[in-house]
Design a protein around this ligand. Structure first.
Ligand code: AMP
Length: 216
């Protein structure tokens, strides 16, 4: 099963990916995490992505598409994956459809998590992430049990450099201009599940699971 999580930065894609990975036993493929990993390791890919990420802009398609398709061709993605942060524009969506079709596969569902712009800004500015397992927290909505430490793995929590207000504005602008048109693209393909992103992560998670036919 190949599922795309679609939504603006701060919509809760990472949090919901975590739930889906656990419940559906699928691999989490997050393009932003792949870039941050490359950046941390100082690889050529990381260096190519760095300046775009710092400005909140999209990394060029030729770099991004190759990176994600390579990740999807690993054996652990053979029976499916949860895609988070990719595709982010029409060109990426078409490249993904084409690559899957070549293996007689296809995207099954696209979960679009809808959240208002004010709420997105509020969430991003309070966001803390585990440096080791990438588990997201929020300073007031979902704080860790021990401040600065991940509940799941004990890793150190940090605030992403691109969660500063100016970069958040740029990232949301890019989202509305480039990524939002994918809502139409996947609606036309009959794959879109529109989910209300309000009301707490657990409730959003069970809404998504029932919509995917996995709810209990
Ligand atoms: P994210 O963690 O998904 O918010 O991504 C962080 C940053 O990585 C974005 O602001 C972009 O600079 C870059 N990035 C992640 N995914 C993509 C993508 N699909 N296309 C282009 N750039 C991306």
């Amino acid at each position: 099963m190949y599922i795309i999580l679609l939504g603006a930065p701060g919509a809760g894609k990472g949090t919901q990916a975590d739930t889906l990975v656990r419940e559906l036993k699928l691999v989490h493929v997050a393009s932003g995490d792949l870039f941050r990993q490359a950046l941390g390791q100082g690889t050529e890919l990381g260096l190519k992505a760095k300046s775009y990420m710092e400005k909140g802009m999209l990394v060029p398609d030729e770099v991004t598409i190759q990176m994600v398709l390579e990740r999807l061709s690993s054996p652990d993605c053979e029976s499916g994956a949860i895609l988070d942060g990719f595709p982010r524009n029409l060109n990426q969506a078409e490249a993904l459809d084409k690559a899957l079709a070549e293996q007689a596969k296809a995207i099954d569902k696209v979960v679009y998590i809808k959240v208002s712009e004010d709420e997105l800004v509020r969430r991003l500015s309070g966001r803390w992430i585990c440096r080791d397992c990438q588990m997201p927290y929020h300073a007031t909505d979902s704080p860790p049990r021990v401040w600065g430490k991940c509940d799941k793995c004990g890793g150190e929590l940090y605030q992403r450099a691109d969660d500063i207000p100016e970069t958040v504005k740029e990232r949301l602008g890019v989202y509305f201009a480039e990524t939002a048109p994918l809502i139409d693209y996947y609606t036309r393909a009959g794959k879109l599940l529109e989910m209300e992103g309000k009301g707490g992560a657990a409730r959003v998670g069970s809404r998504i699971l029932s919509a995917l036919g996995e709810g209990r």
